[in-house]
Ligand binder design. Sequence first.
Ligand code: HEC
Length: 154
Amino acid sequence: MKFRKIALIAAGCAVVAGGTLAIAATPSDVISARQANFKVMGKAMKGSFDEIKQPAASLEVLKTNANAIAGAAVKVAAGFPQGTGPEAGVKTTALPAIWEKPQEFHADADKLVKAAQAYQLAAASGNLDAAKGALMQVGGTCKGCHEDFRSRDN
Ligand code: HEC
């Protein structure tokens, strides 16, 4: 009985939180959220590269970073709804090309997701060389998208 009451309260909170998010997601909120998501990936890439420089690189550390990248990668594509480009008047390095060439942009986001998942698998497989190779592939997908869809000057 007591458990049921707690579950109901928790469900109620989830509805309220979800509703608030939907209403209050201003362009500025969306931009901050996607930048925070990219920072997670940036940190995990740095963590990965720092680790492979170690004489005895830990696959566990690579796996943790790969999981963080893969978890963030699936959120990238949805972070760019219409109206969240430079016209939003918020500091962003997202280029208008994202909304002019949405198919290319989404294809780049898909490449990242696939590369991140391959990195996860390689790190979990226990083969350090495979994990390093997969990490390089991930880095290539970051760079590929940034070249076309992110301005260099902040
Ligand atoms: C599909 C395209 C795409 C891919 C793939 C991509 N990025 Fe980005 N990234 C962007 C765009 C666009 C921005 C600019 C976001 C903004 O300022 O609103 C950005 C911004 C960033 C930022 C700066 C965030 C901030 O604080 O302003 C970092 C760090 C970053 N990306 C890291 C990465 C890493 C690491 C990867 C690969 C693991 C990656 N990105 C893959 C498009 C991409």
